[in-house]
Design a protein around this ligand. Structure first.
Ligand code: COS
Length: 383
């Protein structure tokens, strides 16, 4: 749902200019140094990018899902590491509080997230619990007016920069399933939290993940999201429903960028006395990519609109995330192919995208988890 086309277009034009003038020129530097220059993060703060999804009442832009998806798509016509720095605060790190937090929790945490002063991070995955999220082992045991948290969270995006974690932990260790899990807001500076070394990743340099280790970390009971035990898994699943539409938009944005680069190259590079773009086999690579991006974009927009209209959208979010992330992998592969030998060389940048986008098929639920969710929902509806 788009509330005001004119205002949205202004935002999208602003983001497009920022990407073109500020982010694209820094892509190589970020890849080399594994750091996003702090002044760029400050500019993102000033543009309000950290607050895209925070309600206006708490200082954010309160974009609808469709508006957020279009904004994120625009931001992703560059290295996806730039999106990652705002991604957890806009998405999985803050939305548990927006959906299920108490008024007091919202008032305390959301304004800082909206301005980007507090980076929020989502702590669900563990060494022994990835796709099977309900099997997580981190415990949060009530002790007076606190919970005592013990356990390790793994591959936590933005953990090295986080001010706050949305943490899923087991408040009832006797209950090994989803209903034993609760969600908390945890201050990253709490005593008892330590951080592992930054993970060395295949791509997305500039985006940082690491382990977060909780050792007798005392979390005030008032930080239990919604003040209710046993519903943290549901909060996490709701957050991921939305997150998957957001990731589909990321995939479409990066794919559009890669195809634009491949198209430009196909129109410049000459072989056999003509532009390689005039060869029909190269045209097939371009055309298949264009059609698949269009399909993914249409799915992503439809899923976003369903969400905005309050319709069920778990299946559509999974379909969009699955298709868009797989599409993005195919577009990356074709883009490298269009570039030929140059596609394999780092100076042309396309091999970097090829590595960067591999993550999309894995995080916020692998393609295989989306398949399970989609088929399971189909059978439930048919029964
Ligand atoms: N919205 C609201 N509630 C939901 C929900 C959703 N989208 N999905 C599940 N729930 C609820 C269920 O209704 C159920 O509640 P009841 O017991 O009251 O009926 C509860 O949560 C447990 O759900 P379910 O039985 O489906 O749990 P499973 O353990 O079978 O879940 C999947 C399996 C695969 C769906 C889940 O583990 C998952 O999404 N894994 C991937 C995790 C992931 O994406 N990790 C990426 C890391 S985070 S970047």
């Amino acid at each position: 749902m788009i509330r005001d086309r004119e205002t949205l277009d202004l935002l999208l034009q602003n983001i497009a200019r920022f990407v073109r003038e500020r982010l694209v020129p820094h892509e190589e530097l970020v890849a080399e140094t594994d750091e996003i220059p702090p002044e760029l993060v400050d500019e993102m703060r000033q543009m309000g990018l950290f607050g895209l999804s925070v309600p206006e009442a708490y200082g954010g832009l309160e974009l609808t899902m469709e508006e957020e998806a279009l904004a994120v798509l625009e931001l992703c016509r560059t290295s996806p590491a730039f999106r990652s720095i705002i991604g957890t605060t806009v998405g999985i790190g803050s939305q548990g509080i927006v959906f299920d937090g108490t008024e007091e929790q919202k008032r305390r945490y959301l304004p800082g997230m909206a301005t980007g002063e507090i980076i929020a991070s989502f702590a669900l995955t563990e060494p022994e619990s990835g796709s099977d999220a309900a099997s997580l082992r981190t415990t949060a045991i009530r002790d007076g007016d606190h919970y005592v948290v013990n356990g390790t969270k793994r591959y936590i995006t933005n953990a090295p920069h986080a001010g706050v974690f949305t943490l899923m932990a087991r408040t009832n260790p006797q209950d090994k399933g989803a209903s034993g899990i609760s969600a908390f807001i945890v201050d990253a500076k709490s005593p008892g939290i330590s951080f592992g070394r930054r993970d060395k990743k295949m791509g997305q340099r500039g985006a940082h993940t690491c382990d977060v280790i909780f050792e007798n970390c005392r979390v005030p009971a008032e930080n239990l999201i919604g003040g209710k035990e046993g519903v943290g898994f549901k909060t996490a699943m709701k957050v991921l429903d939305k997150g998957r539409i957001h990731i589909a938009a990321v995939c479409v944005g990066v794919a559009e960028r890669m195809l634009a680069d491949a198209l430009r190259y196909a129109m410049e590079r000459k072989q056999f006395g003509q532009r390689i773009g005039d060869f029909q086999l190269v045209q097939a690579l371009l055309a298949d990519s264009k059609a698949e991006i269009y399909a993914a974009r249409s799915m992503m927009i439809d899923a976003a609109r369903r969400r905005d209209e309050g319709l069920p959208h778990t299946t559509e979010a999974s379909c969009a995330k699955m298709f868009a992330s797989e599409m993005c992998g195919r577009v990356a592969d074709r883009a490298v192919q269009v570039f030929g030998g140059a596609g394999y060389m780092s100076e042309y940048g396309i091999e970097r995208f090829y590595r960067d986008v591999r993550l999309f098929r894995i995080y916020e639920g692998t393609t295989q988890i989306q398949q399970i969710l989609i088929a399971r929902n189909m059978m439930r509806e048919a029964a």
